[in-house]
Design a protein around this ligand. Structure first.
Ligand SMILES: [Zn+2]
Length: 96
């Protein structure tokens, strides 16, 4: 059995195993946005070994954590509380 321990879920901290159905998440810039709206978009994509090492990407262990990540993004403009993605702070502080 091959253990890929180099990845952990950014939501629940679970280690990635060969059999897991993982997803990748990246926050990107929004080309246009209304005043006071978040300036980022939430992009979920299937796991890709080549791109999985990209430091911009979050790693999610499954649907449950993907849903939780989206909830955090929509409510707080960030995915994990202790790792604010670039621009998230501005997006949050701009809210009235
Ligand atoms: Zn997870």
């Amino acid at each position: 059995m091959v253990w890929d321990v180099s990845f952990t879920c950014d939501i629940c901290g679970r280690k990635k195993l060969e059999s897991n159905h993982w997803w990748m998440l990246v926050l990107g810039d929004v080309p246009c946005f209304e005043e006071g709206q978040p300036r980022q978009r939430f992009t979920l994509m299937p796991w890709n070994k080549t791109e999985s090492g990209n430091t911009q990407f979050y790693h999610l262990c499954g649907q449950g954590c993907a849903m939780q990540a989206m909830e955090r993004f929509m409510n707080h403009g960030t995915i994990v509380s202790d790792r604010l993605p670039q621009g998230a702070e501005a997006a949050v502080s701009n809210r009235v």
